[in-house]
Design a binder for this molecule. Sequence first.
Ligand code: SAM
Ligand code: SF4
Length: 322
Amino acid sequence: MLIDGHGRVVNYLRVSVTQRCNFRCRYCMPSTPFNWTPKENLLSFEELFLFIKVCIDEGVNKIRITGGEPLLRKDLPKFISMIHEYKPDIDLAITTNGYMLKSYAKALKNAGLKRINMSLDTLKNDKARFMAQKSVLNEVLTGFEEALEVGLKVKLNTVALKGFNDDEILNLLEFAKFRGCQIRFIEYMENQHAKDELKGLKSDEILNIIAQKYNFTKAEKLPSAPASLYKLDDGYTFGIIDPHKHDFCKSCNRIRLSAEGFLIPCLYFEDAMSIKKAVQSGDILGASEILRQVLKNKPEKNKWEADATNVTSARAFYQTGG
Ligand code: SAM
Ligand code: SF4
């Protein structure tokens, strides 16, 4: 079992397989040119897998593959099947913008993937084009249907923004409900990369909109799960991820691995340690030692919380793996 320096059990690894993305969401990476070819110096799947095996052997039982857009990484299904075959009962999921799911859903399912989280901020073409700075909605919705068709369990993630999708909160909820998927509304996290004009809806504002049409009650959730859950009278459950209100740090169970091999104990790069040399030389003991060191260094509270009076984090989600 992995325990950090503050007594928290860490059983969840988030792996970013690329910083790149085919969208330019205004709240995430709005200004990066589309022809951006960063010298990413990515770890290979074999190198990432070596470290993942170390983590699994030490007690990690939940892994999420993310990015950037993870489906841009060539042969992602092969990587999924490497992990799945090593530990078939692991809770293995990906987070995707859905744009390429039409082509990949079946292969991902066959590789052993069971769950995906898919981002969906709007059901309107012009708004989706505005937010992603590219015409994306048709592909995203086709990808979503394909994922359901092949039997993947899908959760939807919606960043709730004033003047953008506050008029669609109920539509999005009903869209998800009708298809038997949980939707989680995410409070916008201010950061220095995002467009200045964006203003997020806070959890109470989202709940007020839903209360105009539905009764709901608070539902049980795992302490380590970031989303607060609410149940409608008919039993349908939706979630809200509200970092402005909740301190997730006390029950934090996760660490993050970047595509370049930085093991990140929290939302910031500063404390990260590189596993690159260890995995490139097949040094399992060395990798395991770095894992323990990073857990020891895991801060009690994240810096974003500490900066709450002046909430403009330097962190972009695509860098540490959102
Ligand atoms: N590209 C994939 C996607 O969009 O689902 C995976 C990576 S993305 C960085 C992961 C999640 O972070 C998405 O659900 C996205 O909406 C969320 N996200 C990105 N920037 C955010 C911000 N500033 N505030 C809140 N959520 C954000
Ligand atoms: Fe890409 Fe996801 Fe960031 Fe949007 S939120 S720019 S889809 S990484």
